[in-house]
Write a protein that binds this ligand. Structure first.
Ligand code: FNR
Length: 339
């Protein structure tokens, strides 16, 4: 099976709604909220854009006929719910131009959408510029996926040029840059490092949902590093780390978002916007486009209720929300000196 098709079917196969570290974050109840649902403004500023919703469809796919159809459906969902959307890594189309339409279909379906192109961290400046040109991307994501590469026998083995390339690309391109993980999370040190390269926006994409060490290992019978299925920092831990960074980095979050409550908690933890991949993909494959549009609209409606419940009318007030941590989240805070 094509590698991109395998990623999609394995992401779906492994997707479940089991407990993750968002369950160890409690929001403190406010019995006197003094707000009305009608006053809630869900909009946010992220990567230089004003978004009407504080969540977006994160990078997934493209590069085959099957994933072209998925990209088309994801674009329709994004358009109907007015969401920002990222395509999967466009490197396949940069190597083989006959695959370009498996990504450009997103622009075709969503001509006025905020659409992000995605490339790997080892990509050259020229290729990064080509990726943006491919469908007039509004922003560029560079993904950091070292554990995924190392688990793949055919994956990269040398990451020594990543920082230099990120810095060069940041200087060369004229659209916003987002540096993202792919589900292994970040620390304050990484965020400080990226800030020193000139990066203004990161998506900490943490462990909690899709695991690319698990997916890559499931693709072959001879397994390497098979014990690394849960490698990395959780999304909650990565957000707590981001709050400890020395910089004013803009933080986006993703990894393990199951519902509007997880989005809400990530926003309370400081995210400017929250990405979802595995859950929206699985819903699309199990229930189709119409029901996935309804799910996205339901999340928007539920977020309005959740904002109101804590007396918040916008994202700025959410960032001041008091939270209580337990279990592994509390352990992380203690181990890393976070109050
Ligand atoms: C991904 N993800 C991803 N990320 C990226 O930067 N480039 C890519 O090409 C892909 N490809 C991809 C394929 C599939 C099928 C999935 C499910 C995911 C990673 C994704 O953007 C996100 O960082 C993680 O999946 C964590 O979020 P969820 O899935 O737990 O919501």
């Amino acid at each position: 099976m094509n590698r991109k098709d395998e990623h999609v079917s394995l992401a779906k196969a492994f997707h479940d709604k089991q407990k993750n570290e968002f369950d160890f974050v409690r929001v403190i109840h406010n019995p006197l909220p003094q707000t009305a649902v009608a006053d809630v403004d869900l909009s946010t500023q992220a990567a230089g854009f004003t978004l009407s919703s504080p969540f977006y469809i994160n990078a997934m796919t493209g590069g085959s006929e099957k994933t072209k159809k998925i990209n088309q459906n994801l674009a329709i969902v994004a358009r109907e719910a007015d969401l920002m959307i990222a395509t999967g890594s466009v490197s396949a189309a940069l190597k083989d131009p006959s695959l370009a339409d498996t990504y450009t279909i997103v622009r075709q379906e969503y001509p006025h959408g905020k659409i992000i192109a995605n490339i790997g961290a080892g990509t050259s400046v020229e290729r990064a510029q080509e990726a943006i040109r491919l469908f007039h991307a509004d922003a560029l994501q560079i993904h950091l996926n070292a554990p995924q590469e190392l688990v793949m026998p055919e994956g990269d083995r040398d990451f020594t040029n990543w920082k230099a390339l990120i810095q060069e690309i940041h200087t060369a391109i004229d659209v916003p840059l987002i540096v993202k993980e792919v589900g292994f999370g970040m620390t304050r040190e990484t965020i400080n490092d990226l800030a020193s390269l000139g990066v203004h926006t990161v998506d900490i994409s943490g462990r909690s949902g899709t695991s690319f060490t698990q997916i890559e290992n499931a693709r072959r019978s001879k397994r390497e590093l098979n014990y690394l299925a849960d490698w990395g920092q959780s999304t909650v831990a990565s957000l707590l780390e981001a709050n400890e960074a020395d910089t004013s980095m803009e933080i986006l979050a993703s990894g393990g978002i199951r519902n509007a409550y997880d989005i809400f908690k990530a926003l309370c933890l400081g995210a400017k916007a929250v990405g979802t991949s595995g859950t929206v993909l699985t819903h699309l494959m199990n229930h189709g486009v119409e029901e996935t549009i309804m799910l996205m609209k339901q999340w928007q409606e539920e977020l309005r209720l959740l904002y109101t419940m804590v007396g918040a009318t916008n994202i700025a007030t959410l960032h001041q929300q008091s939270l209580i941590f337990s279990g592994p989240v509390k352990d992380w805070c203690e181990a890393r000196g976070i109050d």
